[in-house]
Design a protein around this ligand. Structure first.
Ligand code: IVH
Length: 672
């Protein structure tokens, strides 16, 4: 067949696939049987294997198996389902241990006992058992709220429906990983890009009978809510899981000492190729539960655990083009468009080039043969150039001086602290004047940790933008669903699902709203600090006129960089206008305080060195009990906690203002 006829045949098969997908997912009435559908997919994949340059964006490679249904009921996790921070090297590991020691006020080289567990690359799930009976099961969702997928989970034979052991807690959430074994995945390969997608697609089928067709496994590793926690160590809990009838990983170990951890990492890095499932690293968890509790969490991840990733998988390809992507903060990131290559089961066609300096340092050019690396869920990047293969006519890549989207000048910022120019160039426009920045801001607005709107992913935002359905975040709440249901790829069902999730999203907490605005340097933690201080959406609207930004520097955790960024953000009319528009639409929910606010409305300041507890830990305890930390002695301060060698000035001022002075032991007594 000639190149052109292959292309024509490929395109027509893709068109056919899109049509049948629509019948199946949008209208729930397939027009061909499963075998014919699978055959069509296989034919497409065969053509793609020989002609990777043809691969279309609608290729089955990019399809998450059978598209998951969006109709699952949302359900709140009783304890948040956290994610993990990553480390990659021995240095990172040393640093991780040092931070733990600092927080606990121990000497910086003290070793901890860790529960070391393979990190299976699957989908996490939480199973709630009451009186030994499996009541319901949830996917992770955004960590606070998951999807109710009980019936699908019940199809997994590794998941016990009933547990009779006397020592099984009366009420407990068992957490673990759902995955598919590699040989099973081989059997289904035509349908999914990688085993993880297969597990995820299967688990979120509308019809549990579909889930049943794909043999999923479950390995248990932790708990969420637990009544009467009698466990002292994570390793003890893992043993109990096994006794209760759950599968646990046979490579779970207890290890202490950096060198011992690194040796085990090297061992498992090789061993993993013998396993029948994908493992992308090792999870290190502080073994002592008491210490875990003291260490607590930072936003979405525990302080007491981390994932030590295995080294990346790599491959070789050719750079076909270098494009400049624009982020929501205006940062310009060069991205190499490469000839698609399969790296560890994922088809890669983009690779990050980081920034201008990196391109110059490696002299990366269009046409170059390059090595590409991909580590777990991290974006693939270009590692090196094979100069011996460089074609004759290549040119040095010149970074543009103007924003490729809006034409504004691009700038490098000068960092007052490091006395250096930033490596990143940024578009100098005012945000919503630049189309690309606007799109990225809206994508951030709807993202998982922000408004988290089901059915409104990044691709949909791009499409709605193209169709001029949205320009600003508030437009999401005024969409015309009749129009949407008639769009290509949409139907009545999907548009009414979208309407439903947008309606749900109108109820949101103030910290999430602040985070979703995409203010530079204001992440989830800072957004929480600000929302405690700003309190209402009315106040947020008034920030431009009535706010003394200096107040923000009183918030422990908010520094000059953040204040500068906030000033800039709130000085722009468009940002205020957006907040005012949102105010008309949203219902602001109260944040629930977990521990019950023993210290609520109380303010604290710590001076001097505490013993046996770091300042960070004391701070985290106060905040867990809903108390607040101030950064100076003023008439809003209730308690000054003094350790060794307190700052005399603070003590004197506190006495003047009648602030209660607490010694460390008095403070500890106060909180029990
Ligand atoms: S513990 C405590 N243990 O890794 C907080 N997670 O990036 C986190 N995972 O969503 C969970 N194996 O899907 C934990 N032995 C293990 C794990 C594990 C795999 C996954 C899990 C989680 C993700 C965190």
């Amino acid at each position: 067949m000639s190149d052109n006829s292959i292309k024509i045949s490929y395109k027509s098969k893709i068109k056919e696939l899109i049509k049948h997908n629509k019948f199946y997912y949008e209208k729930s009435s397939p027009k061909i049987n499963d075998d014919d559908y699978d055959r069509l997919k296989k034919e497409i994949i065969e053509i793609e294997k020989k002609n990777p340059h043809l691969i279309d964006k609608n290729s089955p490679l990019f399809q998450v198996g059978f598209k998951p249904s969006k109709n699952f009921k949302k359900f709140k996790h009783r304890e948040k389902m956290l994610s993990l921070s990553n480390i990659f090297s021995k240095d990172d590991l040393i640093n991780f241990q040092k931070k733990l020691n600092n927080f606990l006020d121990l000497s910086s080289d003290k070793n901890f006992e860790f529960s070391v567990e393979p990190k299976i690359d699957g989908i996490s799930a939480s199973l709630t058992y009451k009186n030994g009976i499996l009541k319901y099961g949830l996917s992770r969702g955004d960590g606070s709220e998951g999807e109710l997928i009980t019936e699908n989970l019940k199809t997994i034979s590794d998941i016990p429906r009933q547990i009779l052991n006397k020592d099984f807690p009366k009420d407990i959430d068992i957490r673990g990983e759902v995955f598919i074994e590699n040989d099973e995945f081989e059997r289904l390969k035509g349908n999914f890009a990688n085993p993880r997608n297969a597990a995820s697609g299967s688990l979120r089928q509308k019809d549990p009978n579909q889930t049943k067709k794909i043999p999923l496994r479950f390995i248990a590793y932790s708990y969420g809510f637990i009544s009467k926690n009698k466990f002292k160590k994570q390793s003890e809990f893992l043993l109990s899981l096994k006794n209760w009838g759950f599968k646990t990983n046979k490579f779970n170990k207890v290890i202490s000492g950096i060198n011992e951890l690194v040796d085990n990492h090297l061992y498992m890095e090789k061993k993993r190729f013998e396993l029948n499932y994908d493992v992308d690293g090792l999870v290190y968890k502080i073994n002592q539960i008491k210490l875990q509790n003291r260490l607590g969490n930072i936003s979405n991840a525990p302080r007491w655990a981390t994932a030590h990733k295995f080294s990346a998988k790599s491959s070789f390809s050719i750079i076909e083009n270098i494009e400049i992507q624009i982020g929501r903060t205006g940062a310009l990131t060069p991205v190499a468009k490469i000839k698609p290559v399969n790296i560890g089961g994922v088809l890669v066609s983009n690779a990050s080039l980081h920034n201008e300096d990196e391109i110059n340092r490696k002299d990366i050019r269009i046409g170059d043969h390059v090595k590409i690396e991909r580590a777990g869920d991290v974006i693939p990047h270009v590692i090196s150039v094979d100069l011996s293969k460089r074609p004759n006519n290549t040119k040095k890549f010149i970074f543009p001086n103007n924003c490729p989207s809006c034409g504004s000048k691009i700038l490098k910022e000068y960092n007052q602290l490091t006395k250096k120019y930033d490596a990143v160039r940024r578009c100098s426009s005012e945000g919503y004047e630049c189309d690309k920045i606007s799109i990225e801001k809206i994508k951030h607005f709807i993202s998982k940790d922000a408004f988290n709107i089901d059915g409104l992913g990044k691709k949909v935002v791009e499409k709605f933008w193209e169709l001029k359905l949205i320009r600003y975040p508030q437009d999401i709440f005024h969409l015309n669903f009749n129009k949407i249901s008639s769009l290509d790829g949409w139907g009545k069902l999907s548009s009414s699902n979208l309407k439903f999730s947008i309606e749900n999203a109108k109820s949101i907490t103030l910290d999430k709203l602040i985070f979703s605005l995409g203010i530079r340097h204001i992440g989830q933690e800072n957004a929480k600090l600000l929302s405690d201080n700003i309190k209402t959406i009315d106040n947020l609207c008034k920030i431009d006129t009535s706010y003394n930004f200096l107040n923000f520097t009183n918030i422990d955790g908010i520094g000059e960089t953040q204040v500068k960024s906030l000033k800039k953000f709130f000085s722009k009319d468009i940002n205020i206008k957006i907040i005012k528009e949102l105010k008309k639409i949203l219902r602001i929910k109260k944040i629930e305080n977990k521990v019950g606010g023993k210290l609520s409305n109380k303010t604290f300041l710590i001076t001097g060195k505490l013993s046996g507890i770091s300042r960070a830990e004391a701070k985290s305890i106060i905040e867990n009990y809903s108390g607040k930390i101030l950064s100076s002695v003023n008439n809003k301060l209730n308690y000054l906690i003094i350790g060794e060698k307190p700052t005399q000035k603070k003590v004197v001022k506190a006495k003047e203002l009648n602030v209660i002075i607490l010694k460390q032991n008095e403070f500890l007594k106060m909180i029990n």
